[in-house]
Design a binder for this molecule. Structure first.
Ligand code: KG4
Ligand code: ZN
Length: 350
């Protein structure tokens, strides 16, 4: 089954074709970062208009790279939420129209389910982690630990009480004068910084529980930055101190979640990590080491599939379409959408 995936929930236009027999056939991404940079954040109306401009050319490009004619598609998947309503409607409208014209089923995918399943997307079906496992979702809008009981059946174990980890990266970068979007730049700067010169708290790790809080960390960085010589070297050392604090905190909670997820049965041994912060090198290394030490396994998407992309939507949609699920023909999006309300994917047809 060849499924076209369309992602337009925020500021990236992503398109891909996932083939349930041959795997990922092609993908393309257009980022609007430059468009929004001068405003210091995403401007929803500009985002929608740019998706309108870029989506059809990207679909043509992706199909050409996959060596497919549009008529060879067996289904269409699109991000139906959560996200910016206008941006979502662009993808949903195009996906629905295409599916209608081709007389193939279409399905609205939950953006965070797309992220959550991205670590499985490049494994062959036999080698994929099988539920139950624990997923760490760390993006600009979410920091959640989820017990994946089955594909589509997600139980929230813990989440951030304030800022998401990616948001903390972005805000911390901004307060030290780094340009938008600061998260990846702060991470690059941390590579040059020295460990231990600045040490920040590992929030909420001194008490039981799986929730997070990152807003206080940002304030600690602000105070350290304001009280410093504000040199390039100091900025890098603070970036390193901040990154180490976030990475340690996430790793401590992941280990706890694996212990807790089994309930009365032995601890869970598989962790998957997804979302933009999952591209962070130090986080990947730390979680890898933690998993090895426990004799378990950790799965990540390739860094380009940690941030928003069409491949994860094509893949998540393909799993659902393959199980016989699809939506009716109306163009509907869900800007706020609880992942716990999703239908489980019960059987995978061949
Ligand atoms: O998943 P994503 O593309 O968008 C959301 O759905 O939020 O995640 C974007 C977030 C941003 O906050 C960005 O700063 C963060 O992921 N991010 C990183 C890195 N690359 C992206 N944070 C830390 N280290 C990175 N290398
Ligand atoms: Zn995302």
């Amino acid at each position: 089954m060849k499924v076209l995936g369309i992602e337009t929930s925020c500021d990236e236009t992503g398109v891909a074709v996932y083939d349930t027999d041959a795997g990922l056939r092609a993908h393309a991404l257009y980022s609007q970062i430059d468009l929004h940079a001068e405003y210091g954040g995403v401007v929803p109306e500009l985002a929608s208009r740019d998706h309108v401009r870029k989506l059809l050319p990207l679909i043509r490009q992706t199909l050409a790279e996959a060596g497919l004619e549009v008529g060879e598609l067996d289904g269409v998947a699109y991000t139906a939420g959560p996200g910016l309503v206008g941006a979502l409607l662009v993808g949903a409208g195009v996906a629905r129209a295409l599916a209608w014209a081709l007389e193939v089923p279409a399905i609205g995918v939950h953006h965070m389910e797309g992220h959550l399943l991205a670590p499985l997307l490049e494994d062959d079906p036999a080698g994929r982690p099988q539920p139950p496992f624990v997923a760490l979702l760390v993006s600009g809008g979410h920091t959640q630990l989820i017990h994946v009981e089955a594909i589509g059946r997600y139980r929230l174990l813990g989440e951030t009480l304030d800022d998401a980890a990616g948001e903390a990266f972005d805000k911390t970068a901004k307060l030290m004068g780094l340009p938008y979007p600061g998260g990846p730049q702060l991470a690059a700067l941390a590579e040059q910084g020295r460990a231990g010169v600045f040490r920040f708290a590992r929030p909420m790790t001194d008490r039981p529980g799986l929730d997070f809080s990152f807003s206080g960390l940002k304030t600690q960085v602000l105070l350290a930055w304001q009280g410093s010589d504000q040199s390039d070297e100091t900025r890098a050392d603070i970036a390193r101190g901040f990154e180490d604090a976030v990475v340690d905190t996430l790793a401590i909670k992941c280990a706890r979640a694996l212990d807790a997820a089994g309930g009365d049965t032995p601890a869970c041994d598989t962790l998957v990590v997804a979302g933009g912060v999952g591209a962070n090198k130090r986080l990947r290394a730390k979680l890898q080491a933690m998993a090895e030490q426990r004799g378990g396994r950790v799965g990540f998407p390739r860094p380009a599939f940690c941030t928003d992309n069409g491949a994860m939507i094509a893949f998540a949609g393909a799993l659902r379409l393959q199980a016989g699920q699809h939506d009716d023909a109306s163009v509907r999006v869900t800007p706020r959408w609880d992942m716990a309300s999703l239908e489980p994917v019960v059987s995978e047809k061949k």
